[in-house]
Design a protein around this ligand. Structure first.
Ligand SMILES: [Zn+2]
Length: 647
């Protein structure tokens, strides 16, 4: 019916129709409405009882062309209901990031006959199977389809390197703790590829590798790297503390390291031994990929870590200064995170939700010790370390998100966004528990040194808290009170109040006491810090402390700081910077323009592109480049330099 008949020509038929409709509507609202459907029965909760038998697992990664991993499991079973789980909550990710969408081709058979499976309608990580009478073992096969394009996920499988976390290629029975399920893992490698893992080798027949039986817990915690170009470097401090750097690279040339580079890596292991006075592994393997194809990574495990960075790690050493704490950070996690773990972050299997509220210890203290060990080993100079700490504080100074979001709430972010990019970093402050955690632990360290007259430090806390059960890798959990008790044992103080105000309350001031107590103060000037001169960052060069954005060399804005000069002028992160003061954009020209405006007090005119629209935006700003540095305060105790000096 053409509605114009009613709407345009005559009002009266419209009124009549409305009256009828309203009357019908009133009588129609007597229905009670829909009721919720019952949920499927819950999945069996994990119990601390052994799963009978050993599950054999063979992963075939020879299809380098399609980057498809073929998985075969033989699962001992009894007749009746069985639920197989694909790991959902991944340790180190602190969130439900198990890549279930990459599982395909699931086929279950017994005695050569196909058996149906049904995915749980609510928990899509669970597959229900009705095991027929007389069946003693199930053959389970599926594929893991590794991402081919970055938008599908981090590239972990290239024609030269693979990073294989076993949680991606395993289905396991529900109803048991992961430490109570035994696996016999094997891998078939592409011809000529080498491998490394913290798993113990059982036997090798050409490219078919068998590992010793292990628990699901240790299996998932012991990823495997393999590749064409491989070098294993011994970083052990002594026969009892065996540590290896397992380097995989795109090219043989990228494996080469200088004697100085080797030495600082050895120093880092030595300094960690001194800091923690213990180790919690049989041997530790840094699984390290240097690649421009395989994505960057930093994922902790008890006896190894997945580490990945650019191909130029050794060949262009100074380019990597800002990220140089990667290995020290992941290694620290062997103590802080794996051996000692928050009681509610430890879970009995990989499908029980994790609670992340103590990540400001798990990650924040690791971030701090990672910086400290990187400096103590000589992997990064004390000056670069101080300048990078200044940059952390300066970024927080330019981030108003702390006015609404207590630090502890940021520990929910791995589950909130699963590390997807956010539009307004400085307002949302997604995962500040890392960097702000670093500042808070620096505050604590310098406070202990101040109160004890230099006799005690956070090193004593490290020995007390982590230096127990030497050689054991059985996790010991802790809670907030355990942290407070240990700090009080080192140095009595109101540590509960100290941590509550900084972590749990809104704390609008940036926690910079560690600088003052350390003998320094935060200053801003026009001199670029040394690390920035060589640094590469995919997110671009930061002007967060001046105009309020970061920008890549090709002009794409990375982030725009909330309430900054740029923000107030209408600049948004989806813009591209094309011109500066009438000339084509470059990082150098933008710096010159900021310095020029400092003298001339003239606005800086930026030409920006958003979609197909061009816009000239004048920015009134004469504050200079405002590079942050830590400046020594004469006559005060030099505690920060003592913290960063080799022990
Ligand atoms: Zn970490």
């Amino acid at each position: 019916m053409p509605h114009s008949l009613f709407c345009r020509r005559s009002a009266s038929p419209l009124i009549a129709a409305l009256s009828i409709a309203l009357a019908t509507a009133a009588s129609a609202q007597t229905s009670p409405g829909p009721q919720p459907a019952p949920l499927p029965p819950p999945i069996a909760a994990p119990a601390d009882t052994p799963y009978p038998g050993t599950i054999s697992l063979l992963v075939d990664i020879t299809d380098v062309t399609h980057r498809v991993m073929d998985v075969h499991e033989s699962v001992p079973v009894e007749a009746g209901e069985l639920t197989l789980l694909y790991p959902e909550w991944i340790p180190g990710n602190h969130s439900p990031t198990g890549p279930i969408a990459k599982l395909a081709g699931l086929v279950v058979t017994a005695n050569g006959k196909r058996i149906d499976w049904v995915r749980d309608r609510v928990n899509v990580f669970a597959f229900h199977i009705d095991v027929p009478q007389g069946v003693k073992s199930l053959d389970v096969s599926f594929q893991f389809l590794a991402p081919l394009k970055e938008r599908e996920g981090r590239i972990s499988f290239s024609s030269k390197i693979v990073d294989l976390p076993w949680n991606e290629v395993v289905l396991y029975p529900a109803g048991h703790f992961s430490r109570q399920i035994t696996f016999a893992p094997s891998i078939r490698l592409p011809e000529g590829w080498k491998f490394a893992s913290a798993l113990e080798l059982k036997s090798q027949n050409g490219s078919l590798v068998h590992f010793k039986d292990t628990t699901l817990n240790t299996l998932v915690d012991s990823p495997l790297y393999a590749g064409v170009n491989y070098k294993r470097v011994d970083l052990s401090t002594d026969a009892d503390n065996r540590v290896y750097l397992d380097v995989f690279a795109d090219t043989p040339a990228e494996l080469a390291m200088t004697p100085e580079q080797l030495q600082v890596h050895k120093n880092m292991v030595e300094q960690a031994k001194k800091l923690f006075a213990s180790h919690h592994y049989d041997h530790y393997d840094f699984l390290f990929s240097l690649s421009d194809t395989v994505g960057g990574e930093g994922l902790e495990h008890h006896q190894s870590s997945e580490d990945g960075t650019r191909g130029n790690y050794f060949t262009d050493w100074s380019a990597g200064i800002p990220g140089r704490d990667l290995l020290a950070h992941e290694y620290t996690h062997s103590w802080n995170g794996k051996f000692r773990r928050p009681y509610d972050l430890w879970t009995p299997n990989f499908n029980v939700p994790m609670q992340d509220d103590l990540l400001w210890v798990y990650e924040g203290l690791t971030q701090y010790f990672g910086y400290v060990l990187t400096a103590r080993s000589g992997m990064r100079t004390a000056e670069d370390t101080r300048d990078l700490m200044a940059q952390i504080a300066a970024n927080f100074e330019a981030s108003p998100g702390r006015k609404w979001r207590p630090l502890v709430d940021t520990t929910n972010q791995p589950t909130v966004s699963q590390r997807a990019p956010v539009s307004w970093v400085s307002w949302q402050r997604p995962e500040d528990y890392y960097q702000e955690g670093l500042l808070i632990w620096l505050d604590a360290d310098t406070k202990i040194r101040e109160l004890s007259g230099g006799k005690k430090s956070l090193d004593d806390f490290a020995k007390l808290f982590y230096g127990v059960d030497n050689g054991s890798y059985i996790t010991r959990t802790y809670n907030f009170d355990d942290i407070v008790t240990a700090l009080n044992t080192v140095q009595p103080y109101d540590w509960a109040g100290f941590l509550k105000t900084r972590v749990y309350d809104l704390h609008p001031e940036v926690p910079e006491n560690g600088f003052t107590q350390g003998g320094y103060k935060l200053v801003y000037n026009d001199t670029a810090p040394d690390w920035m001169k060589h640094a590469e960052s995919p997110r671009g060069t930061s002007f967060a402390t001046s105009l309020g954005f970061s920008v890549t060399a090709d002009g794409n804005l990375g982030s725009v700081s909330w309430d900054s000069v740029a923000f107030k002028a209408g600049i948004t992160p989806d813009m591209q910077l094309l011109g500066v003061n009438g000339e084509t954009f470059s990082i150098a020209r933008l710096r010159e323009a900021i310095l020029g405006a400092e003298k001339s007090r003239e606005p800086i005119r930026l030409l920006l592109k958003r979609g197909d629209q061009l816009e000239t935006i004048p920015l009134t700003y004469d504050g200079g480049l405002r590079y942050p540095h830590l400046q020594r305060v004469d006559g005060t105790p030099d505690r920060l330099d003592d913290i960063l000096a080799p022990k």
